[in-house]
Design a protein around this ligand. Sequence first.
Ligand code: ATP
Length: 317
Amino acid sequence: MIAVRQLTKQYPTHLAVDDVSFEVGQRETLVLLGTSGSGKTTTLKMINRLIEPTSGTIQINGRDSRERKLHELRREIGYVIQETGLFPHYTIGENIALVPRLLEWDERRIQNRIRELLAMLRLPETYLNVYPNQLSGGQRQRVGLARALAAQPSILLMDEPLGALDPVTRSAIRREFKNLEELRQKTIVLVTHDIREAFELGDRVALMDGGRIQQIGTPKELLLQPVNDFVRNFFADQWLSLQLHVFSLQDLAPYLPNETAPPPEARLFPAQTQLADALNELSGPEAIAFKTGQHFVAVQSATIWPALGQLLQKQTV
Ligand SMILES: Nc1ncnc2c1ncn2[C@@H]1O[C@H](COP(=O)(O)OP(=O)(O)OP(=O)(O)O)[C@@H](O)[C@H]1O
């Protein structure tokens, strides 16, 4: 758990972070979203004390971070950055083993953990002895995550973790990360300037501008109840597609016909599936079905839009 109170970073010439407060609970992902220079990275680096705050406090799992020894603090906090920060002259195995070795884990435990992480992140064991430059960007990113997770920190800080990847790989890895049970257990703060990434990965999003948080809330709150023009304008370009990330199939149910059984050719989803995820799973213009209470509800993927239109009218009036 992280609690940030009135955090400020004043450089001689620039106020980088200005009175920022937020909490991130266990099993929660908070995304710091904003344009370049809005103070996201500075905020993140103050959490693991790569940058010392000018004022304000940070509690990590209930204890003031200033009272902790640095090495102890960093053990509790995994850190993933855009270029992965892998050591080029270390093999993949050595890179992943870095923190467990510093912590003097016994070698068997280290090897077991490495194999567990490789399996989890779908990296073949043959990669153990190769060097980072022999892997693709997406594979390096997975290794970067494996290294950050190796010693089982309770907190994970991620700074543009997918920033160096092409859009297709980026969205595939994003989906993969979202489904990893080990990641779901953690307290995560993720920095990005990619709105879709923020909406897909964040339980809550803090939208920053000029070193301040303009609004913090669920993606749905930011999209449908913006507190000011900055927030409204920030999402304006992608407003239509972002709806697919803030509504679930369940939300559409009142606008769709009920059936006693799912239509034979429909794909069946859990009712809480995000619209974007359901549409992503389809290979063509199939029907989507889900169950609410005793009833099945079905919709042709192409006719989702009128129902969504009705739902929106209800939400924004
Ligand atoms: N060491 C420094 N000295 C002076 N100003 C700095 C320093 N580090 C950062 N800044 C300024 O503080 C502001 C916030 O920087 P920060 O890196 O936190 O932004 P960001 O939102 O993460 O941007 P980006 O997405 O481009 O990384 C920027 O205007 C930056 O120029």
